[in-house]
Design a protein around this ligand. Structure first.
Ligand code: T5A
Length: 224
């Protein structure tokens, strides 16, 4: 069943776009299943995607972004530009067409990751990021963003058992501390766009918070 929310000024589509955000090991990918299952149970047609990636070409860009290369390091400007190249591809070739069909699209990360990682983390200004965003996706933005927040050390402990870290996961604790600060500052400034969830509890406890939040938000979105 397509979601019956009215087209908004920013997303002139009939579907709904939900982004999941958070630092490394925050549990986004784990909770994506909770969001998908809850909305499917409510009768919505749901598609999941991820960033960077989500289409054949964007997945190729993801590989360039995340695969460590001992011979040549990717400079920060290339990293930023490639994030937006992947995003433009995903939004235009996949997300917008799905929304036009009334599908609910859930993305594991979206534009707020760029503000947190490339902005607060790498040091690009929010004005530089806004200019690139405008080129890549115009005014397109999620209808709802769920920010899974955990202290950096908690997230790092969760991903420690991974055999190999990707290129960005190899960054310093200081970098991830700035990323978390970026997420929390943006959320505090945009409470209508971003819902912050305390993701330090176990998987079941966080899932319970997610379902409660969605129950509340779906009711209000249906009334729009
Ligand atoms: N990036 C991305 C940018 O720099 N700029 C951008 O614009 C974009 C879009 C993507 C990388 O790219 C960067 C950010 C990232 O560094 P990725 O592989 O997609 O790389 O990595 P992440 O999205 O960071 O995925 P992670 O797996 O690291 O984090 P998740 O998805 O938040 O965590 P999840 O669910 O995989 O869980 C991690 C571990 O913790 C356990 C899980 O079982 C798993 O083992 N776990 C819990 N343990 C205890 N309690 C809980 N509540 C738990 N929830 C999960």
């Amino acid at each position: 069943m397509p979601l019956s929310s009215a087209p908004s000024a920013l997303n002139p589509h009939r579907g709904l776009f939900i982004a999941l955000e958070g630092g490394e090991g925050a549990g986004k990918s784990t909770q994506l299943a909770t969001v998908r299952d809850y909305l499917t149970e409510q009768g919505f047609t749901v598609e999941c995607t991820r960033e960077p990636g989500g289409t054949k070409l964007a997945e190729q860009i993801r590989s360039v972004l995340l695969t460590p290369d001992p011979d040549e390091s990717l400079c920060s400007a290339s990293e930023l530009l490639l994030m937006y190249a992947a995003r433009a591809q995903l939004v235009n070739s996949k997300i917008k067409p799905l929304l036009e069909q009334g599908v609910v699209v859930i993305s594991d990360r979206f534009d707020l990751s760029t503000i947190a990682y490339q902005g607060y983390g790498r040091g690009f200004s929010l004005e530089q990021i806004a200019a690139l965003r405008q080129v890549a996706i115009g005014d397109f933005k999620p209808d709802l963003t769920l920010l899974f927040d955990v202290p950096v050390e908690v997230g790092m402990t969760r991903i420690k058992k991974r055999s190999a870290k990707d290129r960005i996961e190899q960054s310093s604790i200081d970098f991830f501390t700035r990323v978390r600060q970026g997420y929390l500052e943006y959320a505090a400034q945009h409470p209508d766009e971003v819902c912050v969830l305390d993701a330090t509890g176990d998987v079941a406890t966080v899932a319970q918070q997610v379902r409660a939040l969605l129950a509340q938000r779906c009711a209000s979105l249906r009334q729009q």
